[in-house]
Design a protein around this ligand. Sequence first.
Ligand SMILES: Nc1ncnc2c1ncn2[C@@H]1O[C@H](COP(=O)(O)OP(=O)(O)OP(=O)(O)O)[C@@H](O)[C@H]1O
Ligand SMILES: O=c1ccn([C@@H]2O[C@H](COP(=O)(O)OP(=O)(O)O)[C@@H](O)[C@H]2O)c(=O)[nH]1
Length: 226
Amino acid sequence: MSKLFRAVIMGPPGSGKGTISERIAHSFGLKHLSSGDFVRENIAAKTEAGVLAKTYIKKGLLVPDHVMTRLLLPRLEEMTKYSWLLDGFPRTLAQAEALNSACDLDVAINLNIPLETLKERLQHRWIHPPSGRVYNMCFNPPHVQGKDDITGEPLIQQEDDRPEALVARLRHYKDVAKPVIDFYKAKGILYTFSDTETDRIWPNISTLLSTKISTIQSDARCASTH
Ligand SMILES: Nc1ncnc2c1ncn2[C@@H]1O[C@H](COP(=O)(O)OP(=O)(O)OP(=O)(O)O)[C@@H](O)[C@H]1O
Ligand SMILES: O=c1ccn([C@@H]2O[C@H](COP(=O)(O)OP(=O)(O)O)[C@@H](O)[C@H]2O)c(=O)[nH]1
């Protein structure tokens, strides 16, 4: 049995986490686990964590660490047989330490994208809240403007994607993300990518993951023959 591969992808709002996660999941057969999707599922299911999380999201806040960790770690336990990419978690050091106690990571991908690019992208971001599917009028528009490609249901723009809301979100992101970035740098698994275009970043991420995944599989083969 080849060793499983586990990775996280981090970056500020609009940096392309969701977009790149979909490409990684498709290209490498990893499960794409999105903390935002887990939150939305719990809100829709009116679980205790979902009801609590909704009160924070309505104020444009992050969900508290203990709620997020309680919501997320049981989902990871369902995934012990899969290689996965976790998108949107951890966002704080406490979350990174909780994740570290639950499983080992092979790679932490960090997207370092300029503010102007984030503003531009989020101004044109439209989402289908029930599914979390993401569109962009410039980068990947829906077939029918304002409608989700799969369900035809209406798309919305998130309040906190507005440029004036973004600066505050970014400042908060930088404050909480730095200790997480340092945590993974100290573990020697941090890989940072900086560019304004995902299409230019993608080949570098793809090469990194191809190398890492084939190394793990060849190590596993060696281990199984000794
Ligand atoms: N790891 C997390 N810790 C705390 N809150 C989280 C976490 N992940 C998601 N959330 C909450 O769920 C909401 C929705 O998450 P999602 O990632 O879909 O949106 P987002 O944070 O606006 O993402 P983006 O980075 O794409 O702008 C977030 O705004 C946040 O309140
Ligand atoms: O090179 C890119 C990558 C993404 N996007 C768009 O920018 C927004 C933010 O992307 P995503 O939601 O993947 O970023 P995240 O917030 O998940 O980091 C979305 O509307 C994407 O369609 C873009 O315009 N160019």
